[in-house]
Design a protein around this ligand. Structure first.
Ligand code: NAP
Length: 262
């Protein structure tokens, strides 16, 4: 069954084949969506274009989401190419590497502002331009992490930015509902990607969760992709403002096993 037949999708945040956004793109392609990609920096074009070619994506455009001019230019091109859009995926985050190690107390003013701008405010900026193109209603999904809810070592300012992103999801959902635009977030468990590699101790985090998750394994890009498929299809037509955990169950644990090692 093709759940996204005829749907037009803009995906922000494909850096390479490990990106969560690539897992989403592959799944959406299998379900009949017409897809456009946006990537953040010129150096990534040589990685993104071959991925686009694999699934017949013609619209591949650069857009720095910290620039209103760049976002305006991107949406002008998207309107010219697609006419209207139905789905927007926000899979973008950034904090300076030095903010993702050491103490949260040492977070700089600049690092804090940049993490909030690129990782949280950008959702507002993208939705404001996407909404007029969602003439038949739409679905928006962003990517968050458990570090928004609880303290996770080294996640630091990104946890604060993700908390803002989750609140942004709810505020946008409340306002966009009248236009039948749904806004949801997926809270993914740790997955080895380019961004994740910037978090100090990430490999240990992967091992820790793999051993303790209720499912006793970590999740894959494709599993996140299938949950995004649910949220963006009619299967979730009554769901908005939600944060869905795709984390092999980690978030339900109060005291992760194996306790004898604690
Ligand atoms: P990724 O492949 O490195 O993707 C992150 C994307 O953000 C990259 O494509 C990057 O593009 C883009 N980006 C950063 N700054 C940007 C800017 N100013 N303008 C436009 N794009 C920008 O890593 P990922 O793990 O798949 O991350 C995707 C999302 O999932 C993020 O929101 C992340 O926080 C979230 N998430 C990840 C995990 C995990 O464990 N991997 C878990 C939960 C949630 P450029 O490099 O070109 O700037």
């Amino acid at each position: 069954m093709n759940l996204l037949e005829g749907k037009k999708v803009l995906i922000f945040g494909i850096a390479n084949k490990r990106s969560i956004a690539w897992g989403i793109a592959k799944t959406f392609h299998e379900h009949g969506a017409e897809i456009g990609f946006s990537y953040g920096i010129p150096q990534l074009e040589r990685r993104v274009r071959p991925l686009a070619a694999q699934i017949g994506v013609e619209f591949v455009e650069i857009c720095d989401v910290s620039s209103d001019d760049a976002i305006d230019a991107l949406f002008a091109k998207a309107e010219a190419h697609f006419g209207q859009i139905d789905i927007l995926i926000h899979s973008v985050a950034y904090a300076p590497r030095e903010e993702l190690t050491g103490k949260f107390l040492d977070t700089s003013r600049e690092g804090f502002a940049q993490a909030m701008d690129i990782s949280a405010y950008s959702l507002v900026a993208l939705v404001r331009r996407a909404a007029p193109l969602m003439v038949d209603g739409g679905s928006i999904v962003c990517m968050t992490y458990y570090g928004a809810e609880k303290v996770v070592p080294h996640y630091n300012v990104m946890g604060v930015a993700k908390a803002a992103l989750e609140a942004t999801t709810r505020y946008l959902a409340a306002e966009m509902g009248e236009q039948n635009i749904r806004v949801n977030a997926i809270s993914a468990g740790p997955i080895k990607t380019l961004s994740a590699a910037g978090i100090a101790g990430f490999r240990k985090m992967l091992k820790y969760t793999e051993e303790r998750n209720p499912l006793r394994r970590n999740v894959s890009q494709e599993e996140v992709g299938r949950s995004a498929l649910y949220l963006c299809s009619d299967l979730a037509s009554g769901v908005t403002g939600e944060v869905i955990h795709v984390d092999a169950g980690y978030h339900i644990l109060g005291m992760p096993e194996p306790v004898e090692e604690l």
